[in-house]
Write a protein that binds this ligand. Structure first.
Ligand code: PMP
Length: 391
């Protein structure tokens, strides 16, 4: 059998050679504590300052606006809990999120709701696009934070964050964008986004896992989630130096070819979707009418259950996923597709194919052929004979 084709880049990406090399080197070269005043500590401090500048240059923010965290989940918690801490004394104890946020974010919102925080979810339409009219009526002056993802991890549908920034700012609320899926997949930069806070994660852009950041717009004093002196008192704990240096190397590498990678992925996405839809009439593409990331295709093959489809695809050499990776293994319908109005059967049938900058045209052609071969007979058996359709 041919080598496996990995089409699960929204779950995670393979660390690039530059990141691996810099991380391995850092374990030998800058192992000292960057808070120490002795020479080895100061060498580590210099490496940290340099890495911060490299990550900031890629994301479009200032070094001082970056708070390194253990990833986007932590950054999301810091944004939400910090906003409530800041807003509560002024009577702002309401959160406005979208209905299709990452499961970790929705779970945090549910916990807070149980503690008395008001939580409103902005609905999406059948294409997965945010309902801006609903947003307009939910974003009022008792809101502590408006938090919406930049792009949905399951469907790739882009969210209107510039419009939300205007709405949030009009009522004195900050806007937080979970930008985890934007980075490396769009040209949008923090400084041009209109948002006040961005969550990012290195492992979605060929960096290591366990490192990410919350970008906090200059001038906003944001409370820490973990108290301590590091990160200008905004995130205590000795810095994850291998992670931060790996993130810097991955960011620098991603920045070198970003424009070319976006065009490349967009081309492959079109080829994949056109190829599958032409060969299998039962293929349904979610968010087909919406602006989407150039790498994400959320598909349904008739009503074949996602678990069955993924098993068949993997045996045919194609690695994909169903819904959010964090929910894989379970049989819960996707909350994203449910919010888009799909019933439980359809919402359990969605499969996500997410390409990477290193995916090749030959791989896409192999995926199309393998999928048609693996699923074609199954789908064919569900097709009604032509004369019974006419009857
Ligand atoms: N938000 C979104 C939109 C994501 O896709 C993910 C990763 N699945 C996360 C947050 C969590 O990121 P991390 O793994 O860095 O905690």
């Amino acid at each position: 059998m041919n080598e496996l084709v990995y089409l699960d880049h929204n779950a995670t990406t393979r660390p690039c050679a530059e990141a691996v090399e810099e991380m391995l080197g850092s374990l030998q070269a800058v192992w000292a504590n960057p808070s120490s005043t002795h020479a080895p500590g100061q060498a580590a401090r210099r490496a940290l300052v340099d890495a911060r500048a490299r990550v900031a240059a890629f994301l479009g923010c200032q070094g001082a606006e970056l708070v390194f965290t253990s990833g986007a989940t932590e950054a999301n918690h810091m944004a939400v809990l910090g906003a409530l801490e800041l807003g509560s004394p002024q009577g702002r104890r309401r959160l406005v999120l979208s209905a299709v946020e990452h499961p970790g974010m929705l779970a945090l919102a549910a916990r807070l709701k149980a503690q008395g925080v008001a939580v409103d979810l902005i609905p999406v339409n059948a294409q997965g696009q945010l309902d801006l009219d609903a947003a307009r009526s939910l974003i009022r002056d008792d809101v502590a934070l408006v938090s919406v993802m930049g792009a949905n991890n399951e469907t790739g549908v882009l969210m209107p964050t510039a419009d939300l920034a205007v709405l949030a700012h009009a009522v004195g609320s900050p806007l937080h964008v979970d930008a985890t899926q934007l980075v490396g997949k769009t040209a949008l930069r923090f400084d041009a986004s209109g948002a006040d806070l961005w969550s990012v994660s290195a492992h979605k852009v060929h960096g290591p896992k366990g490192i990410g950041a919350l970008i906090v717009r200059k001038g906003l004093a944001w409370p820490a989630l973990f108290s301590g002196r590091q990160e200008r008192q905004r995130r205590g704990g000795t810095e994850n130096m291998p992670g931060i240096l790996g993130f810097a190397a991955a960011a620098e590498r991603a920045g070198l070819t970003l424009a070319r990678d976006l065009t490349h992925m967009r081309h492959l996405q079109a080829r994949l979707e056109a190829g599958l839809c032409a060969a299998l009439p039962e293929v349904h593409l979610y968010g087909a009418q919406a602006d989407r990331l150039p790498n994400t295709s959320c598909l349904r093959f008739g009503v074949l259950d996602a678990e069955q489809v993924l098993g068949k695809l993997e045996r045919a050499g194609v690695i994909a996923s169903s819904g959010a990776a964090c929910a894989a293994g379970g049989t819960l319908p996707s909350h994203v597709l449910t919010a888009m109005g799909e019933d439980a059967v359809h919402a359990k049938a969605s499969v996500r194919l997410s390409l990477g900058r290193d995916t090749g045209v030959d791989e896409i052609d192999r995926v199309i052929a393998a999928t048609v071969q693996a699923l074609g007979p199954l789908l064919e058996s569900t097709r009604a004979p032509a004369d019974s359709v006419a009857a």
